[in-house]
Design a protein. Sequence first.
Length: 157
Amino acid sequence: MLEKFTWYKQSAYKWKGEGVTVYIDPWGLRDKEEPADVVFITHAHADHFEPEDIAKIRKGTTQFVAPRDVAEKLGGNVKAIRPGESLDVAGIKFETVPAYNTAPQRLQAHPKSNNWVGYILNLDGHRYWFSVTAIRIPISRKSRPMSRSSALAATLT
């Protein structure tokens, strides 16, 4: 089930399916990578949104999905999203979940008001949860049951 994923560092992944290449938080990429059909970005921190790495995989038809503050910095085909949406891009169904800190000492690092997200991606009949910061927030428990799914989560520092 996970053989189609390449992990780069922290929460940066590539998923290679039949005729589609998807990146999540591309960062720490090698110089020569496969072009992206779709790029999902969780939030604006440099270890999740790195324009130099995005340039390595971007092609004219690449579609981007990102919170509004990141979407405004990307040109081209960009879908600005917020927590709580269920959408489809390039045939990939996905849900957005809130991603923010609840620990008092971390509230300013990932504030709820930024509307940053984690993603539940439907890929090849499986659901994968890229939770990033959402892993400890109460609303995450309200997500639909995830049978045939995997959680790919990274903790932010």
